[in-house]
Structure formats: C-alpha cells, structure tokens
Design a protein around this ligand. Structure first.
Ligand code: ATP
Ligand code: MG
Length: 583
C-alpha cells in the first residue's frame, strides 16, 4: 500500500522539526523506526505510534524500519515477534526488507560500551540494586523525577579505566553471579533528573534469549541500547511517546559519548482511551490471569482483538487522522473510535437479517410448504454488492420484543390488530397469539397482504413499523456474543489507594446468546482473520436493526457459527461531542 493513502495528516509539529533539520543541513534524508519490544501483542496505542513513524517517513520520501527492541530476555518471545508483524501488515504498513533486531547489535553495543569505559565515562559498580537505588536518592514528588535532591556517589565510581575494562570483560565471560555487578554510565549523581544519575548500561542475567540463546549473560539496558540502535540504523528522527521526554538528555549523552550518528528524539502524546488500558504489561496480566480468553479476545484493545471484533484498518486510520499528533497527553473518548468504525462499516457491511431472541410468527393465509421468493438489497450504500433471494414461508421467526400483548405507548411493532412491514416482504396484520403452559407467548399469528410485496411504489398502504425476520424453513442457528467495555471506570488506571486496575473489570463485558437464528447466507460468512478484508462470503455484516457483526474465528457449541457484535448502530459520539470538548 502507498503510505500516502493511509490517511493520517502529518502536517504537525514533528514535520515542522524535520523540515528545519532538512533545510538547516542537520540531515539530508529522513528515516524513522517503529520499535516494539516483543513482550506482548500490539495495541491501539501502537497504531498511533506506527502511523506517525511510517507516515512521517513517507511524507518526506524516507523510510521506516521495523525494529524489535529485544534486549529483555526474560520477557520476550518469537511468538510475539510473529504477532507484531502480522498486525503491522494488517494495518497496511509495509517495512519491506527493513526488519531489524536490537539483539543483532549486541557485539556492536558491547564495543561502544568499551569505548565509553576507555573515555573514563563508565564504570563497573558492585553495589546491589537496592543500594544503588538508595545512593541514587528518591524524588520528593514521584511524578516529577527531574527535580530531585542530590544523590551520593558509589564507592566504586572512581575505579580506573583498566580495572573497569577488566571487570566488564569478566562480566561478559560469566565470572560473576546475576546482579553482582553492573556497568554504569558516569554522568552526575547530583543531577536534578534521576535518569541522569549514573544509569545502568549493562546487567548480568543468565537467561536464555529467544534469538541469541545463551551466547550472552550480560544484557544492555533500554536507555543505552535504544539511542545506539537508532544510530546504527542511521535513524534521523526517533519518534516516541511522551514518557521518554525525561530520557532525552540521556539519549543524547550516549550518542555523544559513543561518537555515533546524531539521531534526534522527538516525543508525541501517548494515546489514552476511556475504559481502556493501553500498556502491554497490564494487558499481559489480563491474559496470564485468565481475565480474558487471550490476546485476541474481542474485548481487548489489541489490534488482534479489534480485528476479531470487526474493526477495520480503514476505521483505525480514520481515527488516527482525527485524533492527530499532539504534544500533550489527553484522554480520547472511546465513542470517537466507534464513530469512525460505524462510518466505515456503514459503507462496507452487507445487510442481513438475524433474530437474536426468536418468537414464531405464523402467516395464517399462506399454505404450509408455500414459498415466495423475495429480493433483498445487500448494501444500499453500494449497489455493486448486489441482491440476494429470501424465502417467505408460513412459519417465520421474529424478535421476541417486536411483539407485545399490550403495547406500551408509541409502540409501532406487532400487537393484536396492528400491521407492520416485514423487511423486504409484505405488510402483515396481527390476528392473535398463543401461550405456553407457563403463560409465555409462544407464537404470534398474522395474515399477509399479497399486494404489498417488497414495498413497491404501487403499495399505498402505510405502516409505521418495519421489523426483521427469518424463515423457519431455512433459518441458520447461530451463537451471538455481545460486548461491553472491558473496564467500567472511564480511567481504569487511576485507581484509589489499595485498589488494582483489575477491580475495574466490567463483570458484564460479555453476554452470550445461544439459539439466535439468521438468514442462511450467513453460513458463508468468513472471519476477518481468515478472509483478510475481502472474503467471498462476506466479512462485515449489519444485522438489520441490531448492529454490526462479524463471524468469530471459532465455532460455538454443536459447530454453530458464532457472531461477534462489533458495534451498535446508534451513534453516541454525536451526542457526546456536543457536551464535551476533546482535550
Ligand atoms: P510496555 O508496557 O511493555 O512498555 P508499551 O505498550 O509501552 O509496552 P512498547 O513496545 O514499549 O509498548 O512501545 C513501542 C512503541 O510504541 C514505542 O515507541 C512507544 O512510544 C509506542 N507506544 C506505546 N504505547 C503507546 C500509546 N498508548 N500511544 C502512542 N504510542 C505508544
Ligand atoms: Mg513502553
């Protein structure tokens, strides 16, 4: 796909910086990178990051590397690499052959560490992790670590270069136990920014890495590895989310001391969404603790979860374009995302009828065995989607709440004596109903008017209600899953003391409806994972009057197809927009 088509508007502050860099001669080309750590599946926040990375590069005729920042052996796995690649591709971003792994740079990084030691700018420390923390000092206000009372120097800080070189080599050779020694940058233990107080560059960790195996027992820390990996790849603009802003002086320190390519870090606001948690660490807990069925549970904000739920790449790109690239963090209303989704699904979804809670309707003036063929439009927004045939028979299924024994005010559906149109079919008039032994309505009776077929212009009878239905002769049994927000609170990460974000999990985020019935054409529906975006039997459906649905990748009990509700038909965004300003 041509990245210019992808939609996000990159005429923003990042582009302004880049223009300055190009015209001022700092760089003569543009190269960015999208750097996920393969310790989990991508979420919608990553969609923002990669849109900015890929589209900014495309805008300046540059390129974007996909780099796996994989220097934490205990958390990373090749299955995550695969999931990440699948999701980046799904969104339409193409990294071509520009696929890189920080773990390929271990030797290069080691060499630069040695260089920094030789300059007297790094030392091997024997302090334990706890001691180091104590020497470093703590922030008065933990949300502001850039203005912290001074820390103290480690007693090992003034080791000579030769001793440091020797110890670092022996760290690599496995002479010391895990955690026994670290390599630290020698910067300033009194620096107001905690990040600059002699940060750790290497730690000893005897852990198998999914790519390098047991080749290494020392691993570089993120703050050391990241800028130098950027430099190695000739990344001109290292675009990252705002939490890295306080790390920028350190990013620049390592580039300077290692005397490498002068990549420039620029930060943008993280995406936060209401009722949603966007951090792999926390999503991992949901998966590990079985709070969801897996990374691609349709309630998860992961790209795989969103795909399974029925979200489209086009809707996500539209959303990214609407939220833009700001420099301050904000909370985006989930309803805006749903709005973008509905706009897209309205264009592409095939209209079908499904009855979620069936009640029998008997057409008294139609013989058993009689069949009338009706034409139904597949998508009024897209004539090329064509039409399909529906069977109209004596026994039909309608929605249980489309009938009322005694109608409430303004009820325009079926009740004794009232007429409605059956979608794509005829006007029917209710003549009575039956009850079972416990007093529940078990069937509704009606007569149809043959002159009103399909709602053609000649039909001058007007009725107020139109209801959907399926024929009992060929209805397809399906299971339907309805979803609510995974978290009840708007800001699930803002928990009161003593509470966990898990306390905010919505106990009603999933409802399973068995015994729903649909048009037989839905048997051909393909799950988004199986079909890409252009399945032959259709992928995206609007169940008329109910909402948008997609087939799940797994079948339900008895092999029946399962359909996930993607989003309802009604737009709550328009209402919200009136009340509340998007920050
Ligand atoms: P973790 O919780 O493990 O740190 P993460 O969700 O922050 O996970 P990373 O692999 O650290 O994921 O992020 C990869 C890239 O995506 C980084 O450049 C990061 O800045 C960006 N990113 C992550 N989350 C968001 C978000 N919510 N909005 C925008 N960008 C994000
Ligand atoms: Mg992160």
């Amino acid at each position: 796909m041509d990245h210019e088509d992808v939609g996000i508007e990159t005429g923003d502050f990042i582009s302004d910086f880049i223009k300055e860099d190009l015209s001022g001669g700092r760089f003569c080309y543009v190269r960015t990178r999208f750097p996920p750590e393969p310790n989990g599946w991508l979420h919608i926040g990553h969609c923002k990051a990669m849109s900015i990375d890929f589209l900014t590069a495309a805008r300046f005729g540059g390129e974007c590397n996909l780099r796996f920042d994989d220097t934490n052996p205990e958390k990373e796995d090749v299955s995550y690499v695969e999931a990440i690649k699948r999701d980046v591709k799904w969104l339409g971003f193409d990294w071509g052959r520009r696929e890189f792994y920080a773990s390929d740079y271990y030797e290069y990084l080691y060499g630069l560490a040695v260089k920094i030691i030789k300059k007297g700018k790094a030392y091997v420390d024997d302090l334990s992790e706890d001691e180091m923390r104590e020497y470093r000092g703590t922030a008065v206000d933990k949300d502001n670590i850039t203005d912290t009372p001074p820390g103290r120097d480690s007693p090992f800080r003034n080791r000579g270069v030769d001793e440091n070189l020797d110890l670092f080599l022996r760290m690599r050779q496995g002479e010391f136990a895990d955690g026994e020694r670290t390599l630290r940058a020698k910067i300033d233990m009194k620096h107001p920014n905690l990040v600059m107080r002699d940060p750790v560059m290497y730690r000893i960790r005897r852990e198998k890495h999914y790519r390098t195996g047991s080749e290494w027992c020392i691993y570089p820390m993120y703050d050391f590895q990241h800028p130098l990996s950027d430099a190695k790849e000739g990344i001109t603009h290292s675009l990252c989310s705002l939490e890295y802003e306080i790390h920028r002086p350190l990013y620049e320190w390592f580039l300077r001391e290692a005397e490498v390519f002068p990549s420039r870090q620029i930060e943008f606001a993280r995406l936060n969404l209401t009722h949603t948690v966007l951090s792999k660490r926390f999503l991992l807990r949901l998966v590990r603790e079985g709070r969801v069925s897996g990374w691609d549970d349709p309630r998860m904000p992961t790209l795989a979860g969103l795909r399974r739920r029925g979200y489209t790449p086009a809707a996500l790109r539209d959303f990214m374009a609407r939220i833009g690239v700001a420099k301050t963090d904000s909370m985006v209303d989930f309803a805006l995302l749903e709005y973008c989704l509905r706009e897209d699904l309205n264009r592409r979804a095939l209209r079908v009828m499904a009855v979620l809670s069936p009640l029998k309707l008997i057409i008294e003036n139609l013989d058993p065995g009689a069949e009338i063929t009706l034409d139904a439009v597949n998508n009024p927004e897209d004539p090329s989607a064509g039409t399909r045939k529906l069977k109209f028979t004596r026994e039909l299924w309608i929605e249980r709440d489309d009938f009322a024994e005694t109608p409430p005010p303004k009820y325009h559906r079926l009740f004794p004596g009232n007429s409605v149109r059956l979608r794509y079919g005829f006007i029917v008039t209710c003549t009575g109903f039956e009850k079972d032994t416990v007093g529940n309505v078990s069937a509704v009776r009606a007569v149809y008017d043959p002159a009103t077929k399909g709602g053609n212009a000649a039909d001058n009878r007007k009725v107020k209600g139109t209801i959907h239905w399926v024929s009992a002769a060929d209805a397809l049994p399906i299971e339907v899953r309805l979803y609510g927000h995974l978290f009840s609170p708007e800001r699930p990460m803002e928990t009161p003391p003593g509470k966990s974000f898990l306390d905010g999990l919505n106990p009603e985020s999933l409802a399973v409806l068995k015994g729903a019935l649909a048009e037989p054409s839905l048997a051909e529906a393909e799950a988004p994972e199986a079909a890409g975006t252009e399945g032959r039997g259709g992928v995206f459906f609007q169940f008329e009057r109910q909402g948008y649905f997609v087939r799940d990748r797994e079948n339900g009990e008895g092999g029946v197809p399962v359909f996930n509700k993607t989003v309802g038909l009604r737009d709550s965004w328009a209402k919200i927009k009136g009340k509340q300003q998007l920050a």
